[in-house]
Design a protein. Sequence first.
Length: 203
Amino acid sequence: MEKPINPEQYLVGPGDQFLVNVISSENIANYTLTVSPTGEILIPSVGIVQVNGQTLSNATKKIKIAIQSLNNSAKIYIILSEIREFKVKVIGHLKNPGFYTVTPVSRVSDLYEEILHKLQSESSAYQNDDQNDDQNDDQNDDQNDDQSLYPEMSRRNIEIFRNEISIPVDLLKFGSTGNDNNNPYLQQGDVVRVPLKEHLVRI
């Protein structure tokens, strides 16, 4: 994590885990509550609270209100103890498109490095296999074809498709300006398009 989570921005979803401490005149209760795949939290002796898509601030308020409905005088403390993982779809003219595992605090740059690392690992494994094969000439030709088919990925023209909206991502501009708008956080349901470099200008 680059910095503490902002409760007003973090969106709760399936897999997030909460620690809940309830102090009343009768006893002290501690609960570990995990958001279900349907986006709900089951609070013992209280019931079900829907928190999917809520900000962390709103979700904790809803949990507190549900508990206080049974014990208005209780003191309630809630923290987010573990953040979830989810998959985003990566498309484009890539050698390794598909689904990649991220978290709500992963940025596009984190995903880009993961794609690049996987590509380099596969390329290294291919080269090792190539060296151990007797038909070196044929396989070197195949490797050259493979490199021409999958050149370097673009950092400037990445797109996020989110709720039928296209969000442009420019990692090069993010690196030069530090503006987070050019390197946003990923959300559940995102589709990320990573194209290849097309136009190169050198001086």
